[in-house]
Design a protein around this ligand. Sequence first.
Ligand code: FAD
Length: 511
Amino acid sequence: YKTIRLILGDQLNASHSWFKNIDEDCLYIVAEMQQETGYVKHHIQKVCAFFHAMESFAKALNKAGHNCLHLTLDDTEKFSTFNDLIAYLVKKYSAACFQYQLPDEYRLRNHFAEFHAPAVEVSSCSTEHFFLPEEDFPKYFTANKHNRMESFYRKMRKRFDVLMDDGQPEGGQWNFDQKNRNKFKAEDLKDIPEPLLFSNDVNGILKRLKKHKVQTIGRSESNLLWPTSRKQAKELLEYFCQHCLPRFGYFQDAMTCQSQHKWSLYHSRLSFALNAKLISPRQVIDKTVEAYRANDDIDIAQVEGFVRQILGWREFVRGIYWTHPEYHQKNYFNADRKLPDYFWTGNTKMRCLSEAINQSLDYAFAHHIQRLMVTGNFCLLTEVDPDEVDDWYLGIYVDAIEWVELPNTRGMSQFADGGIIATKPYAASANYVHKMSDYCSNCDYSHTDKVGETACPLNSLYWRFIDRNADKLSQNPRMGMIYNVWNKKDEDEKEAILNKAASVLRRIEEL
Ligand code: FAD
């Protein structure tokens, strides 16, 4: 072969221009690597999803007439890095060129930048997946200053002409969030759709993971429920448009422990398919807008809420990631606690935490508000080291890849960036959890008490967070009211709350 082209596990874009023509002189490589299974402890379903999707992609390429070599962990075990493997392959096939698509994370970009082999021409190209080309980041993002998602999103709507009506936002507003903050009432629960689950046989992959002693977290079955091909991704999108989109925005922030097997509520669960690039953000948006136009049951608030996640948040965090190479070192509150053990077992009396963690262990999935306002909020209030928090999020979720995980975890949820993404920390007492879920009414702790044996730990921890970080936050215009409330409390009450918080932290493993 004259050329070797590498396809990474999150580069499964069948519409890439590489695949327009068949080139007999080109060999595509799809490879399971220990380097990728080991950089963090991943959820077992996440590894299975990537490996199964890679295998399906390689098969589809061969079927379409391309030459694609699919290498399993068995084939690659003697290569500790991609570059070692590529060096071996270019030599074996006497290739004159090595080409790759630019990885979405620093770790692999830096790795491939170091590749060299005698007389081999190396080149890279775009993954052709995202809306915003990388060259345009400087026009939209400023390093180390607060970047507003809302203004970015409006520019994206205009530039890519999504839900626009003669230069104005369709429906007359850019944002319908005020309609989108509803809790489930008892009568809503029966209407929650069953999630569409796939049944991909991953027995062979599970055996390989065992054989190669790959360390994982979470629970697995031999049938993987995640979509691992473009066909399945499209089916999931179709299902979402029909069953979930009509109520997507409305219940976007709601949480419940009464849904059991309907655990993904009205969410799309498309994040894995999107991040592995089985499906493109353009396809997803076009399909949802088309469904909105064709279906009177879907109002603008639902479709706008969804478009905002993909065209807004997803593209926004990517820009933040690439304009902040130092982001992974940020630790605004100097948090340094270890993550409690129940993050790996789900074994805690706090109902909100146990629901979010157990669901994550069972399905490698939790929805946005569970990630932000349950596990994320808990870590923020208990001062967990953001490195520990990042590793947990990067490992546990099926959709977790650093470019999207890092800004969400370190920035949005931990405010460790000091306000590059968010205008204030997403810190909350039990009041918020109670407002958006039925967790508190099914919990041993009392969501109204701040002190006392059964008081919800979040309440005293919340005030400790406010008190402790006054120098960093009290001047924030969005926090003024909270500081007024705190400052008006009498000293005895403050002391009792802070004592309670200190005792909660001393017993953090027993909550
Ligand atoms: P839906 O609710 O159906 O939303 C549709 C799509 O919008 C998602 O598939 C996703 O592609 C996109 N989206 C929504 N919110 C965001 C966001 N904040 N940032 C980027 N894209 C978004 N998402 C990941 O893809 N990978 C991660 O590693 C990840 N880590 C997160 C960590 C924390 C602490 C938080 C608060 C959020 C994180 N998110 C991450 C964002 C979001 O929680 C998931 O994208 C979402 O839960 C996936 O489920 P879904 O496909 O059903 O999403």
